[in-house]
Ligand binder design. Structure first.
Ligand SMILES: [Ca+2]
Length: 293
């Protein structure tokens, strides 16, 4: 029985204020070798666990190499079950078949299921319960087979590569008698960052939305009715030095529904400096005259 082993890791995530995206720092990728780390679990309900990592600059960026063997000996099939973990902020981009991989007969089987164990029994009559699978052969050496595995067939649900972060269990077996070595590279990549053009567009949209909200709130707070700009009229910043806008009309243009701040405060009957509405003192004097009548 294989011993659970974790040989890799990754650094943390960095949050940036303007947009939420992830930056991956270089870290040690994972690897597992049956010759060095022990036999990969043959128990589908307790697979060997491997935390996949990302390390740019390796043989292939994000390489996580797993090597071992499968086959049949004394009538017993050596099935290998591996629980791989794709960590948040990363994608499972490729599954590359190593040049050292050997198969018996027409090819060896490899399947993927979601979760931390393999729910599909080896004697199952279909691939129902698997995300996907492939019978790989020597022609697959030095190639990526992940996308091909995602083609749904024989009951497998199918998937589109790359696979997102999560838990997956890989089932690998060769039914032919003998020992057949395999070598797979689980290639992990960071979740792509938003492009600078997209960040600029998002930032401008946020700023424009905030400015429009301020203008609308200011107008509503002052009771100014929003009207479409009349021909020849325009909204201009207030001359009061505050955050408000007023509509300026050309001389002689009558706009019945527009109540600008200046027209409300300065009617012809109340020139600048004198209010047309009764003051508090005027109202008190009027009440006194009514009481005397
Ligand atoms: Ca094995």
């Amino acid at each position: 029985m294989a011993r659970p082993a974790v040989h890799g890791g990754y650094s943390g995530l960095v949050a940036v204020a303007l947009a939420c995206f992830v930056i991956a720092a270089p870290a040690l990728a994972a690897s597992y070798s049956e010759s060095a780390d022990g036999e990969v679990s043959g128990n589908r309900l307790a697979p060997t666990r491997l935390l996949l990592g990302f390390a740019a600059g390796a043989n292939v960026a994000g390489s996580n190499v797993v090597s071992g063997s499968t086959g049949r000996a004394n009538g017993v099939v050596d099935r290998d079950y591996l629980h791989v973990v794709v960590q948040p902020g990363f994608l499972w981009a490729e599954l590359r078949v190593g040049n050292q991989t050997a198969v018996g007969g027409g090819g060896s089987f490899i399947g993927i299921a979601s979760g931390a164990f393999m729910s599909v029994a080896p004697e199952a009559s279909s691939a129902a319960g698997l995300l996907g699978y492939r019978v790989y052969g020597t022609a697959d050496r030095n190639t990526d087979i992940l996308a091909a595995m995602g083609l749904s067939s024989n009951g497998a649900s199918g998937f589109a590569a790359p696979l997102p972060a999560g838990d997956y269990t890989v089932w690998n077996q060769e039914l032919a008698t003998g020992t057949f070595g395999y070598r797979f590279n689980f290639v992990i990549s960071p979740v792509p960052e938003p492009s600078m053009a997209l960040l600029w567009a998002l930032g401008l949209a946020v700023l424009a939305g905030g400015r429009l909200k301020v203008i609308r709130q200011d107008r509503c707070a002052r009771g100014v009715r929003l009207q479409p700009v009349q021909e020849g009229s325009t909204w201009v910043p207030s001359s009061h030095g505050r955050v408000e806008w007023v509509m300026r009309h050309p001389p002689g243009l009558r706009v019945p529904n527009e109540i600008s701040k200046s027209s409300a405060a300065r009617s012809p009957a109340s020139p600048p400096g004198r209010s047309s509405s009764p003051s508090a003192g005027g109202r008190a004097a009027a009440r006194g005259r009514r009481r005397m009548k």
